[in-house]
Design a binder for this molecule. Structure first.
Ligand SMILES: [Zn+2]
Length: 308
């Protein structure tokens, strides 16, 4: 029997409040919370000296943010999938290119300048760029006893989950969450991240899972039911987008017109939430275009879409 110990640490993201950190067989830490604060809580609740590796489910700051302190204070190496590794290294080595292409992508998708400047200052990669620059990372190049590393790209370029066949448990990172629908964003405009994500959901559907240990919230057991709910959620969002595409519209217009979860509209959101809503819409639009559900054109540098 594999031991999986869950620790819930507070994080500095109001909508989520906490993230999970897992201690596997006392020598591997899976995820690290968000900050020095998470590091201190973890350190006080386990025997850090026994940890010989840190494995990160995906590159988001609320999972990787506590890692640097373990590396600095205890010399524990940090491992991440090669796709997330490459993404972080690409970003760090050419930050200005990254932001130029991000800005260009937002502008061609119709985001007004005043909104864009507000969004930029709350963008997580900008906010934490110094942290990512100083982070010492390694690509995962080993197997873990009793756990299979499952590649589940979509929520990030190289998200991973850990699966124990013996215990029928899945440490899902943010690929599968019990109460929240994982956010799907766009990391580069030439990839279909929603398509990747939905493929990764199909991929894990056939695993024999008794308990899911997610990246946020309580462990849960209704595995396939939860996968179905998330698939239905994306189908419904596609329907909502189609319902407003009676004429050519930009991604920004679509994101402003559709109703978001908890019956919210984009104008009531803070800049960070607006960024998520625009990116999530863009990910759906790329997927819908790939599947010939919509068609698009580009006029005077503005991309617009309509039902096919
Ligand atoms: Zn995440």
């Amino acid at each position: 029997m594999e031991t999986v110990k869950r620790m819930e640490v507070p994080i500095e993201i109001r909508a989520l409040k906490t993230a999970n950190v897992y201690d596997l067989s006392d020598n591997i830490l899976f995820d690290t919370g968000m900050s020095e604060n998470s590091f201190n809580i973890i350190k006080n609740n386990m025997n850090v000296k026994q940890i010989d590796k840190i494995i990160i489910s995906h590159l988001h700051i609320d999972h990787i943010g506590g890692a640097a302190s373990f590396n600095k204070n205890y010399n524990i190496p940090i491992y991440i999938s090669s796709d997330d590794y490459d993404y972080i290294k690409g970003f760090v080595s050419s930050e200005s290119n990254y932001f130029d292409s991000y800005l260009a992508m937002m502008e061609t998708n119709g985001v007004p300048d005043n909104i864009l400047s507000q969004i930029m200052s709350s963008h997580p990669m900008i906010k934490f760029s110094d942290y990512y620059k100083n982070l010492e990372l390694n690509k995962i190049d080993f197997n873990i006893d009793n756990f299979e590393i499952v590649n589940v790209p979509g929520h990030s370029p190289g998200s991973i989950a850990l699966y124990s066949k013996q215990d029928k448990s899945l440490l899902s990172g943010d690929h599968l969450l019990g109460k929240i629908t994982p956010n799907i964003s766009v990391y580069s405009s030439d990839h279909d991240y929603l398509g990747l994500y939905l493929n990764s959901l199909e991929k894990i559907k056939n695993l024999d899972v008794h308990t899911v240990f997610p990246g946020h919230g309580e462990p849960f057991k209704n595995y396939r039911e939860r996968i179905n709910e998330i698939q239905v959620h994306h189908k419904k969002r596609i329907e909502k987008i189609l319902n407003v595409l009676d004429s050519y519209k930009t991604v920004y217009q679509i994101a402003s017109e559709i109703e978001w979860s908890k019956s919210r509209h984009m104008e009531t959101m803070n800049p960070m939430e607006q960024n998520f809503a625009i990116m999530e819409t863009m990910a759906h639009i790329i997927y819908m275009k790939n599947h010939n559900i919509i068609i698009g054109d580009e006029i005077k540098g503005l991309k617009r879409y309509i039902t096919n």
